[in-house]
Design a protein around this ligand. Structure first.
Ligand code: PSV
Ligand code: MN
Length: 425
């Protein structure tokens, strides 16, 4: 399945009313010396990696409801990302999870990706599941394990993932560990942490010099008493222990309720240690819901800190953006289109914040003005900005509508049938 770019151009012709609203925005923001054109440029540049495991039905531990036309191979997954990228021009990267997605023919796969304009972003290792015929088990941990053989086995797996990533042109490895304890007393916390640090250092040493290591944290699940890398502080400490090219990765779903994620972002960026970012949304835990579906104001506040950090913390690398969500009842591609939209909306709102006025209001401790400035940006309808960015980059002005108008899911079902099952969780 490939989207015909002429069809997108044709459908865009009926969607030009946003130009009027754009002019109004231009007028309003030129008074504040905020350039609408440079915001549109930034929106066009913003690329979010799609994880290879998000293209099929996700499911929960209580069941899974299959989706027709799911991609059965890695090539088909790239084709699906190709659809998202053609419609939005903001999904120009894929993040692979190994061993869910081991390429059969690396060269052929690179060609498929290139044809779709997709690059290979961070590689993800998986030491939270035992694979068939595995020599060692991760049941009681991997990089933190009390068993040296399990630790070495997990280190070796990460080094293999790096080798594969090198062939694909990736430049980073994300390590998320399920390692922890389900019951008190099961683990010696200090030994578990020391083992994790030493294993991560081994992986770090095995990375090429131009690679980055992203260390992801999560408070609980699948272990419900303790997780060895439970929070940003632990990840930050481990990243510092590993070296300059090791960073913390923030996944929006990996915080206890009401955590101030925007403050975590600011702290990490101040120290140049925010390397990667996983987008999703949640009500209770790691719910992996569509980005912006539950807490759009929080997402805006987080983007406000990301924008500030990208402009003021030159030591912090440009973060690797990825959507890390799961789709239980929605068409996965429609869900990803909604997530991409929500990410860009929050980014555009944050770019509209009058930073100069905000600094002045902060300096005068004018709390009311500070809130007004932030909320003025948040309450601005930025959809015309996204539409302008898409129209200029050759994407669909209204991606979801075009996806439906072109009956993409029906075409995928016709091509692949009803019973394919994508690899992943
Ligand atoms: C774990 O919950 C996580 O956020 C990690 O990023 C994994 O790689 C991904 O989800 C898929 O399980
Ligand atoms: Mn994640």
């Amino acid at each position: 399945m490939r989207i015909d770019l002429n069809q997108i151009a044709d459908l865009n012709k009926n969607q030009s009313t946003f130009e009027v609203e754009l002019e109004l925005l231009r007028k309003k923001y030129s008074k504040k010396n905020i350039s609408i054109n440079s915001i549109i440029e930034k929106l066009i540049e913003f690329q979010v990696a799609i994880p290879s495991w998000a293209l099929g039905a996700g499911g929960t531990r209580f069941g899974r409801f299959s989706y027709g036309g799911e991609p059965a191979s890695l090539e088909q997954k790239l084709d699906d990302i190709g659809v998202l990228h053609a419609l939005t021009k903001s999904a120009g990267a894929v993040s692979l999870h190994i061993p869910w997605d081991i390429p059969k023919d690396v060269q052929a796969l690179k060609e498929v990706a290139q044809n779709h304009g997709i690059v290979f972003d961070a590689m993800n290792s998986n030491t939270f599941q035992d694979q068939p015929n595995a020599n060692e088990s991760y049941k009681f941990g991997s990089l933190n394990s009390v068993h040296e053989a399990s630790r070495n086995y997990a280190i070796e797996h990460n080094l293999e993932v790096i080798k594969l990533g090198e062939q694909l042109g990736s430049k980073s490895l994300t390590v998320w560990l399920a390692d922890g304890a389900s019951f008190p007393g099961q683990l010696n916390f200090q030994t578990a942490l020391k083992n994790t640090e030493s294993s991560l250092k081994n992986i770090y040493e095995g990375m090429p010099n131009d690679w980055k290591l992203f260390i992801e944290y999560k408070p609980y699940e699948p272990n419900f008493y303790s997780t060895t890398i439970q929070d940003w502080g632990t990840s930050f400490m481990l990243a510092n222990a590993c070296g300059e090219r090791a960073y913390t990765l923030v996944d929006l779903g990996h915080h206890l309720p009401n955590t101030n994620i925007e403050q975590i972002v600011a702290t990490l960026m101040l120290r140049g240690k925010l390397g990667g970012f996983h987008f999703n949304d949640s009500k209770y835990g790691d719910d992996d819901l569509t980005v912006g579906s539950i807490k759009p104001y929080s997402l805006f506040l987080i983007f406000n800190e990301l924008v500030y950090g990208m402009e003021n913390n030159s030591k912090n690398p440009y973060p690797a953006w990825m959507i890390d969500a799961s789709h239980n009842i929605k068409d996965p591609l429609e869900d990803l289109l909604q997530s991409l939209d929500a990410i860009l909306l929050a980014y555009a709102q944050a770019l509209l914040v009058d930073q100069k006025a905000l600094r002045e209001a902060q300096a005068e401790s004018d709390v009311v003005a500070c809130q007004e400035i932030l909320q003025d940006a948040y309450r601005t309808d930025v959809r015309p900005l996204l539409m302008a960015a898409r129209s200029r980059s050759g994407a669909a002005v209204n991606p979801l509508q075009v996806y439906r108008d072109l009956k993409v899911r029906d075409a995928l079902i016709k091509e692949r049938g009803m019973n394919n099952r994508a690899t992943g969780l």
